[in-house]
Ligand binder design. Structure first.
Ligand code: NDP
Length: 289
């Protein structure tokens, strides 16, 4: 069965819209998300548009800050720091990738962990791995929701994650382990990848290598989550060959319409959670209001 990420994301956003409305009644304002985009990469602009549109649907104030592709690192850091110290802003996201002259680590460092809606700040990453409360990165969080939506029990399952990036592979492996799956992480140096992927009850593929996984590499009845996005002209392709894989898997996400919409829905949820936590801490320290 195809897992309809678009429909799941839509129903989550509808619930979030009600949550935002009750926050508005309680605090007299709604969460505000600032999205910074540098340069004119068309894919990045599309992603930012979908985030701002989702914010508007949910009732979050979305603010888009566009900077030219030759902006200096210093100027970008100044812009992000200013947003960070603005009490009216609850969440900050800097769209990646950034142009070469900018070190993304320096940018992440100037966002307060409490406004880091992407969950990329070193403190949030460390807390995730330490099992302390933190903002989870959006894509891994969305992947767990997609698996849960199938009714599959993660506990005790054999999970394989292909890809070990800081934003997808590593954190989703940790979240699966936290749910008591036995997790193997494969990467570009893994010999005989098919032998590993065939052991997976839950297979998450995040490589950016189109159609890397086909049906012959999947255990019958597995749940398959395809994170990859590769542009092929006007078409988007995943890391999994949907046609052959869907004949073997019990559940599989399509590309597009699987992980992508859930990433955006989780960004909305993270923004709301950051707002709620900030409001709660401000109310407990009213002198800072
Ligand atoms: P990275 O390029 O940071 O990481 C890719 C990972 O895949 C690396 O760990 C790499 O191994 C591994 N890899 C590459 N080729 C192979 C191979 N042939 N066999 C096994 N492993 C391989 O990518 P990201 O994690 O940032 O993104 C992965 C994909 O997911 C991309 O297509 C991206 O566009 C998409 N994406 C989609 C999102 C969504 O919302 N739908 C969100 C984020 C990403 P090694 O470490 O050895 O180099």
């Amino acid at each position: 069965m195809t897992i309809d990420g678009k429909a799941l994301a839509q129903s989550i956003k509808e619930d979030l819209r009600e949550r935002v409305e009750s926050l508005r009644l309680r605090y007299g304002r709604v969460p505000c998300l600032a999205v910074v985009i540098v340069g004119d990469n068309p894919a990045s602009h599309l992603y930012v548009r979908s985030k701002i549109d989702a914010a508007s649907f949910v009732g979050i104030d979305g603010m888009e800050i566009e900077l030219p592709k030759d902006v200096s690192e210093e100027e970008l850091l100044r812009t992000v720091s200013k947003l960070d110290s603005d009490p009216a802003i609850d969440g900050i996201l800097v769209q990646l990738p950034l142009p070469r002259q900018i070190d993304p680590d320096k940018v992440l460092d100037v966002i307060s962990p409490t406004k880091d809606v992407d969950g990329f700040h070193p403190r949030n990453v460390a807390y995730l791995h330490l099992g302390r409360p933190c903002t989870f990165p959006c894509t891994p969080k969305g992947i767990i929701r997609l698996i849960d939506s199938t009714g599959t029990r993660i506990d005790g399952k054999r999970a394989v994650v292909v890809g070990r990036s800081n934003i997808v592979g590593e954190p989703v492996a940790k979240l699966l382990q936290d749910r008591n799956a036995t997790v193997t992480v494969a990467h570009s140096h893994t010999p005989d990848l098919a032998a590993i992927t065939r052991e997976a009850d839950i297979l998450v593929v995040a490589t950016g290598h189109a159609s890397l996984i086909d049906g012959s590499m999947i255990k019958p009845g597995a749940v398959v989550i395809d994170v990859g996005i590769t542009r092929d002209g006007a078409k988007l392709r995943g890391d999994v060959d949907f046609e052959s894989a869907s004949k073997v898997a019990s559940f599989i996400t399509p590309v597009p319409g699987g992980v992508g919409p859930m990433t955006v829905a989780m960004l909305m949820e993270n923004t709301i959670e950051c707002f709620e936590q900030r409001m709660a801490s401000l109310l407990s320290a009213p002198s800072e209001l």
